[in-house]
Design a protein around this ligand. Structure first.
Ligand code: F6R
Length: 261
């Protein structure tokens, strides 16, 4: 795991955007796995700026989002399809037919999950998967104790996740309790993983993910198995790490071609 600690989330998001932009420049038809939530918003704004000011070209890029709430149509302002359109897709030159978000309104959800996996496979797999981290260590909507080898499936959201995400729905009752999500096995199949976690609320999850045992109780710890996982933190989310100085040292000694900035 490559751990990059920056002073503030702002710098972490700009760094994350640089990493993604480099992937897209090197492989214009890259397949990107995308995340929603508060964490990647600034990163998406920076990708939009790079598209506008530097001509970063998304015309051949294909995307697969991690997850979607069960029962929310694409027109619902809290659906992840809506989120992606508003916060990224409509501001860049991506071909919407090349963007994928699981369909939470599919009549047969299990068939939708199976077909999502097949679409990822048919696209040649994911080149880079962007992730956030739940306060309880979840990645995608893979909640604690879910199988570390799971594939895209229907998952029940934990009470912690409901608490964390229900504000935007107005009430807990209005929030869906189920979601379709790529499994941890699906995520680990990506050729590269980029996880962002900022702020004091993520301290414990980050500590367990990076330095704790590989355990289903912290789904993010599955990244320890991945040969090319990069984790970007800010000082707040990194505050519980015992080996933070070691990560900073490694970061400072990189050879020029290993650097992103
Ligand atoms: C979003 C997702 C979730 C979030 C996580 C963190 O598509 O799959 O795992 O990344 O809940 O959410 P924020 O960024 O809102 O703290």
């Amino acid at each position: 795991m490559e751990i990059l600690i920056r002073d503030y989330a702002e710098a972490g998001c700009l760094l994350g955007a640089k990493i993604i932009a480099r992937v897209v420049r090197e492989k214009p038809d890259a397949v990107l796995g995308l995340a929603t939530g508060r964490t990647p918003l600034r990163l998406y704004q920076e990708l939009i700026r790079m598209h506008r000011d530097e001509g970063l070209d998304f015309s051949r890029v294909m995307t697969f989002n991690l997850d979607e709430y069960v029962g929310l149509p694409a027109t619902h302002d809290q659906s992840y399809r809506y989120f992606m359109r508003e916060n990224l897709f409509r501001h860049i030159n991506i071909d919407l037919t090349r963007t994928h978000v699981p369909d939470g309104t599919a009549p047969d959800l299990h068939a939708e999950c199976r077909s999502y996996e097949k679409k990822i496979e048919a696209a040649g797999g994911i080149d880079l998967q962007l992730l956030g981290l739940g306060r309880n260590g979840h990645i995608g909507f893979n909640e604690p104790t879910g199988s570390l080898r799971s594939r895209t499936w229907v998952k029940i959201l934990s009470e912690q996740t409901l608490k964390d995400n229900s504000a935007v729905f107005g009430s807990l009752a209005a929030m869906p309790k189920h979601a379709l999500t790529m499994g941890i096995g699906t995520i680990l199949d990506a050729r590269r993983i980029l996880l962002l976690a900022f702020g004091p609320a993520k301290v414990r999850a980050v500590e367990h993910m990076v330095e704790g045992p590989l355990a289903a109780i912290c789904p993010g710890s599955a990244l320890q198995l991945h040969p090319r996982a990069t984790v970007i933190l800010d000082e707040n989310s990194a505050a519980g790490l015992h080996y933070a100085d070691h990560y900073r040292w490694i970061d400072s000694q990189k050879l020029p071609w290993q650097r992103y900035e």
